[in-house]
Design a protein around this ligand. Sequence first.
Ligand code: PLP
Length: 365
Amino acid sequence: MIPYIDLVSHHAALRAEILEAVGRVLDHGQFVLGPEVAAFEAEIARRLDVRHVIAVGTGTDALVLALRARGVGPGDEVITVSHSFVATATAVRLVGATPVLVDVDDATMTMDPLALEHAVTARTKAVIPVHLGGWPCDLTAIQDVCNRHDLHLIEDCAQSVGARHRGRSVGTYGVGCFSLHPLKVLSALGDGGFLTTHSDEEAALFRKLRNNGLRDRDHVQLVSPNSRLDTVQAAALLVKLKYLDGWVAQRRAHADAYREALGAVVRVLPPEHPRDLCVYSTFVIRHPQRDRLAEALRRRGVDVKVHYPVPIHRQEAYATLPCAPLPVTERVVAEILSLPVTPELSVAGREQVIEAVRSAAEEVG
Ligand SMILES: Cc1ncc(COP(=O)(O)O)c(C=O)c1O
């Protein structure tokens, strides 16, 4: 079976380096906000070319803290997409605001800037585009809407570390909210996340918000939870960061090969716009008989996933949320299928996937 993802193999190659890095943390004993956390923040800030990175406990927390920092709360509307992992909308709910879910563009399956424009009301306070699958949203158009309506731009970059739009990293247009969950392109050995901002003031606020609102050791300025990235996680992440560019290159090579070989067989992601760089956290194909295709692929020894089969507005927890019809989202979620695209997938494995998709598509018709 070609696995969809193989975290054991992924870490086997890094084992000695990670154990050594964790050993150094055991030696110095600063398990909370130790030197590796600051080093990780500095290194990722350098790579993304952003002034500040603030490491936090999860990507969900990053979204919640970004919304809080921008003063979003009860009575406010936040426009985002239904075609995302549920955490995007959860964060909005957790600060007491109302998510307004809009449709996606049919080709890129990310926020449709026109749908965004139409959803703006007097109560809209912020917009959260999601760079789903590592595909940069049309940030030029989305930022333009935000500027014209004076809205906060909070980017959900959970799946898109390293992705770029017009030469700039995603997460540097607005506040960037990243996840380091094990299934992400850059992952911790468990949960983790970080925020990006160009503002010194906002960075200082984030540092308080992630740390029980403490101004200093003994004085609490804000009511806030504890959401810090552990030092051992930062130590492992510093090791992994050295390999990130290579991993992204491998994902991109897989995506290019899939696009070329499968374009005539199934619907594939369109070519990237020349101004963008996608990191392919997922490589998505589309087929009207998606479930049958998935089953035929698994029978041929290829594991596949669906990201995500149930859009947020169809989730039980959001059943009472008023939502305009989302015809493109409904169609997309019925057709999408993610192929293996991780760096551990060999070229021979990729060829096997391609052959399997060809023959499964023929079977399904
Ligand atoms: C699009 C999106 N937003 C937010 C999150 C939340 O991140 P985390 O799982 O680190 O809380 C995830 C990941 O799970 C995600 O894929």
